[in-house]
Design a protein around this ligand. Structure first.
Ligand SMILES: *Cc1c(COP(=O)(O)O)cnc(C)c1O
Length: 449
């Protein structure tokens, strides 16, 4: 182990990492990155197949974003966002409002996905207090949903291996089954699907709507829950039910936003008008931390009053609307227009999906699913019974290590191996990534032992 890594392990505690594993598999020291390639200190090249935890969009080291940040740094680095404002935030707010559903007219800035969700939860909660519907205090979410790692965001996420230990800290919320088609909660086959899995939500709302503030949901892709792609009809029904029962709809586009699903936002696949929209991850194309929570005038107006501490929104973060981040986000949105990114990926997506289909016939592949630039395979021990590999078998970890040897980052979600491709990927890079991944999975039988 070289000196840098020795020092790393001496001083640093990495996220989502069993640090003891690092003794045998130390973190990889990346020195530079360009496009979708990462270069380490030993001369190895890795394809950034998961877009640096789903946030890179236009590729690393994009000259336009770089120069926007530099330019911003020459005039204003950061100021507090209470009592002061700045042009990058104003321009970004205007731009985001122009490209999101027309009902969303107000923006609250923060600095990461979890805070964007917490902001939505708190505003929704206080909204019902503002309008004197005091009982509406609870949230509904999906059992495979993921909305962040802070206590509030965890409270509305699915309870799993990772957050179970904290569950006694969570505020109580209602969970409904997820539209997880491969393991259909009502035992149906895909072609017989009539979205019956919505029923528990329907019943819950009918019985408890007086207590419910909002439903929180990721649109079309339950990302951290296992890259579960679900039918748009489910989302449409959720939106209709929310309206019907006078409950807010909080759409968490933190993972899906900014082109990842083939449209700028996943909600463009449906015609819905949410009360809240949370954005982060891809917003600065993976350069600087930033998040926003969009909401409606209707919600905003219930807080708008003569000075009255009960109606103000007492919430904020030190780095709210950081000007450098806002400048990076603006540059990223300009790239979408100049490079016609969404049009460009329209040609790549069918090639990608065709490549993903090749996995379906392999012995350990239970399910293949994809949307836009996201593709996943679910590994199972037995295709017929769909029995999963156990935690102790660490099959995902074995694939991950094999991936690294082949210059791929196949960081698994349990037994799910996925590709979360940056939108800048070239056709030949995509073919190489799919072929390499395929070869690893074909040889999985050897890895199992
Ligand atoms: C990653 C993620 C979050 C949390 O974002 P952080 O920036 O990691 O706090 C919330 N919601 C979804 C859907 C995410 O994928």
């Amino acid at each position: 182990m070289n000196n840098w890594l020795k020092k790393d392990l001496k001083y640093i505690w990495h996220p989502y990492t069993q640090m003891k594993d690092c003794e045998s598999t130390p973190p990889i020291l990346i020195e530079r990155a360009k496009g979708m390639k990462l270069y380490d200190n030993k001369g190895n090249i890795f394809f950034d197949t998961i877009s640096s935890w789903w946030c890179n969009v236009h590729g690393h080291n994009h000259h336009k974003i770089k120069s926007a940040i530099k330019k911003q740094l020459n005039s204003l680095d950061h100021i507090m966002f209470a009592g002061f404002t700045h042009k990058p935030a104003i321009l970004l707010a205007e731009k985001l409002i122009s490209i999101t559903p027309r009902c969303l007219n107000k923006i609250f800035f923060s600095d990461n996905g979890s805070t964007a969700v917490e902001t939505a939860l708190k505003i929704s909660f206080q909204y019902w207090q503002n309008i004197r519907k005091y009982e509406k205090k609870k949230f509904i979410s999906l059992d495979y949903g993921y909305h962040g790692d802070t206590i509030g965001a965890m409270s509305v996420s699915g309870v799993d291996l990772f957050n179970e230990i904290f569950s006694s800290l969570f505020f109580s919320s209602f969970k409904v089954p997820s539209p997880y088609c491969y393991r259909c909660p009502v035992g149906k086959k895909r072609d017989a699907c009539e979205i019956d899995c919505i029923q528990p939500l329907e019943e819950l709302l009918r019985e408890k709507k007086q207590e419910i503030a909002a439903i929180v949901i990721e649109p079309l892709l339950l990302a951290a829950g296992g890259m579960i792609v679900y039918p748009k009809e489910y989302l449409e029904k959720v939106a209709i039910l929310a309206k019907k029962h006078d409950v807010h709809l909080i759409i968490d586009e933190i993972a899906t936003g900014f082109g990842r699903t083939g449209k700028m936002f996943a909600i463009e696949y449906v015609n819905i008008q949410p009360d809240f929209l949370c954005l982060s991850k891809g917003i600065t194309s993976g350069t600087l931390p930033l998040a926003v929570t969009l909401t409606t005038d209707e919600v905003y107006n219930t807080f708008y009053d003569d000075y009255n501490k009960k109606k103000m929104f007492y919430h904020g973060h030190t780095y709210t609307a950081n000007p450098l981040s806002c400048a990076a986000a603006l540059a990223s949105l300009e790239i979408f227009e100049e490079e016609k990114t969404i049009d460009k990926i329209k040609n790549l997506i069918p090639v990608f999906h065709k490549g993903m289909e090749k996995f379906r016939s392999l012995p350990s592949i239970g399910d293949v699913r994809y949307i836009g630039m996201v593709g996943a395979i679910e590994l199972v021990k037995d295709k017929k019974t769909k029995i999963p590999f156990t935690f102790e078998e660490r099959i995902g970890m074995k694939v991950y290590k094999e991936g690294l040897k082949n210059g791929l980052i196949l960081r698994p979600l349990g037994n799910i191996i996925y590709l979360y491709l940056p939108l800048c990927i070239k056709k030949n890079e995509m073919s190489a990534v799919i072929e390499k991944t395929f070869n690893i999975i074909v040889h999985l039988n050897y890895l199992k032992n």
